[in-house]
Design a protein around this ligand. Structure first.
Ligand code: ZN
Length: 224
C-alpha cells in the first residue's frame, strides 16, 4: 500500500512536470531556469502551492494572488501521472512503457490546448515503442513493415490533412506495441469516451489524442 502511495506521489510530480512541458514547450532553458509561476499574473509559486493534487484542491483550483482559475488539466495531469506510475513494478519492461505513457500525457495536453501535437514528440514515442518491443521480444517482420510504412507516411502531408496526423500515428504505435486486437479495443474505448464527452461538450472541437491516451491504461493492463 505504502509502495503504491510512493509511486502515485512520484507519478503525480512527473504528471505536473508534463503539464509544464506542454505549456512551455521543450525549451530546456525555460524549463530549468524559470521558477514555477502563475501563468496569468506571473506570481512565483510558494512551496505549498506546488504539492501535486493537494495544492489544487486546497486552493480550490484558483491562483492565490489573482484568483484566476488554474486549468483543470493541471489536476487531471497530476492524477493521470500518479495512476500511470502505479503500473510500475520492475525496471524492464515497465519503464519504456511508462515513459510512453508520460509522453502521451504531454501530447494530450498539447492537443487539448492547440489541437496539434509536435512531431518530435511522436518521433520520441516511436523510438520508445521500438525499445519497449525489443526489451520483451524481437521486432517481428510485420512490425518492421508497419514501421517502414509509417515512416514513409510521414513524408506525405496530404494524408495528414485528411486523417488527423497524430491520431493515426498513435494508433500505429499502439498496434506495434500490442497487436491489432488490443489496439482495436483501445480505439473502441477512446471513441466511446469521445462520443460521451462530445454530447456534454459539443461547443468546442474535441481533440482525439487525450481519449487515445486514456485508452493506453487498457494497453498497460493487457501488457503488464
Ligand atoms: Zn495568478
Amino acid at each position: 500500500m505504502l509502495n503504491f502511495f510512493v509511486l502515485f506521489t512520484i507519478g503525480s510530480v512527473i504528471g505536473s512536470f508534463c503539464q509544464v512541458v506542454a505549456v512551455r514547450g521543450l525549451r530546456a532553458a525555460t524549463l530549468t531556469t524559470t521558477p514555477s509561476h502563475c501563468d496569468y499574473c506571473g506570481q512565483r509559486l510558494r512551496w505549498f502551492e506546488l504539492i501535486p493534487i493537494c495544492s489544487y484542491l486546497w486552493l480550490l483550483g484558483k491562483c492565490r494572488n489573482c484568483r484566476h482559475n488554474v486549468p483543470l488539466t493541471t489536476l487531471l495531469s497530476e492524477m493521470a501521472g500518479g495512476s500511470l506510475a502505479m503500473f510500475y513494478t520492475q525496471l524492464t519492461p515497465n519503464l519504456p512503457l511508462l515513459l510512453i505513457g508520460f509522453l502521451l500525457l504531454i501530447m494530450s495536453l498539447c492537443d487539448w490546448q492547440a489541437l496539434e501535437v509536435p512531431s518530435y514528440l511522436l518521433i520520441i514515442a516511436a523510438g520508445l515503442v521500438v525499445i519497449a518491443v525489443l526489451t520483451t521480444s524481437q521486432l517481428e517482420i510485420w512490425q518492421l513493415i508497419i514501421l517502414i510504412l509509417w515512416s514513409s507516411y510521414q513524408r506525405w502531408p496530404v494524408f495528414h490533412r485528411w486523417l488527423g496526423a497524430a491520431d493515426i500515428d498513435i494508433i500505429v504505435l499502439y498496434s506495434l506495441l500490442a497487436g491489432p486486437i488490443i489496439t482495436a479495443q483501445a480505439i473502441l474505448i477512446s471513441s466511446g469516451l469521445a462520443i460521451i464527452c462530445f454530447t456534454f461538450w459539443a461547443q468546442r472541437q474535441l481533440p482525439f489524442v487525450p481519449f487515445l491516451a486514456v485508452s493506453y491504461y487498457w494497453l498497460l493492463w493487457c501488457l503488464l
